[in-house]
Design a protein around this ligand. Sequence first.
Ligand code: MSP
Length: 527
Amino acid sequence: MKKKFYITTPIYYPSANAHIGHAYCTTMCDIFARNKRIRGYETYFLTGTDEHGEKIQKNAEKVNKTPQEFVDEIANNFQNLWRTLKISNDDFIRTTEERHIKVVQQVFSHLYQNGDIYLGNYEGWYCTPCESFWTETQVGEEHLCPDCHRPVHKDKEEAYFFNTKKYLPDLLRFMDEHPKFITPITRKNEMMNTFIKPGLEDLCISRTSFDWGVPILENPKHVTYVWMDALTNYISALGYLNENDSLFKKFWLDEETEIIHVVGADISRFHIIYWPMFLKGLNLRFPDRIFVHGLLDLNGEKMSKSRGNVVSPLPLIERYGVDALRWFLAREFSFGSDGRFTPELFVERINLDLANNLGNLVNRTLTMINKYFDGIIPSHNQNMRDLDKNLGDLLVKTVDEYESLMDDLKITESLAKVMELLGAANKYIEESEPWTLAKASDISGLENVMASLANVIINATMMLECCLVETAPKIYQQFGLSKKQHSYEFVKEFNHLAGTKISKGNPLFPRLKKDEEIAYINSISQH
Ligand code: MSP
């Protein structure tokens, strides 16, 4: 495994406020970044907003604002939302910032001088909401955008093109030699069959029909077409071409850094095909991984800002807390597959995992430590039974599985392993019957059970902390731990807590009343 990590979300269009589909990708990247930092790896986590383009210009006009005023407000809302969701990004790049614009212009010039870009005429089917040109075959007989399924129109204009033939062999070779470059693997096959095998078209990278974009220095009536502008954020944010580019050296040039772009299925084409080609043209290395996640729908319908069919994260967070939303997003469906948000699934998931499995275990354990040991966590002794030892063994096995799944971006599966461990700990209470041990005054037996439970809970919490950012500190506090005692270096230790004084607090996740909460969530979803 590499030693450093650079992880990015796509930069979001600030054409309307964020919905939970946007919160999804950012939360998953945050979990990964936090996990790496907790485990001691240097990590840089980037997100931001993609502020140029015709659609933004039009949306701003509709509300009588300049495009800049319009994007300032929404970019600010995105940043506030990330703060509320406890997103630990190291930087937030906006494509209207000078530091970015300069790099886009230089990237264009460089590729132009290389002979990778030429001036031509574009004629094709254009989808305004997606800002994408499509070919005859892609739009089909009904002339609908293959991405958003809205009608497209014929359009023609002078434009610059990026020659995709030149670097295709490099890209294909890289794909073959790096099986983890595109995950899940189905996404690679999809790319090959839909775009590469039928013959890749050159990419239009400039427009003249609107001016809300980065002007091309060589021919300023052109602005760069949004994708070239947008993709460049991943290097402009690190200070590429800037004298003060230590971040770029550290997180891009250094081969010891694993570069991971996480993107939704609808935009994977740009990241998998064109972005590596731009990088090749700039003589820069390819990212290590493009992880493609699925899309989240709402009650079975596509979530879309323009259709007004969205759930906003803020009211959910206000009522259920940051961790409930983060948990649902991470755990409900496998990262990489499509998923569904319904009020029922949300309430059930919180009750099942957080109220019952985690919450009850913490609550029961603290109650018993108070009752049997006056609130002091005991130590294991020599008389450990197989039952106790097995739980310790399961902990070690879980940590190994959790780490390797997380490293492979199987975030859902990795958190699920921790839930299995907590499930086993709940079962262990039933099987070890502390109440019977107490009746028989078997103090050494009770010590082992309470020590086992406390250690498993705390070590599981260390693994969950990257997702449950507000709950983990509460658990540490209720178990009376100092920072050192919940340091990840002890994650496999089964006896590192003895002697601390617990202070039981309120239940972590009170069980939600299903019908009431479903009605509430329905009331906050826009239709
Ligand atoms: N601006 C471009 C990305 C440029 S990256 C160099 C863009 N912006 S977007 O705001 O439309 O989408 C940003 C990301 O949000 C995409 O990865 C997209 O897949 C994701 N999502 C938008 N709606 C989503 C869901 N309903 N579910 C999951 N992710 C969703 O595309």
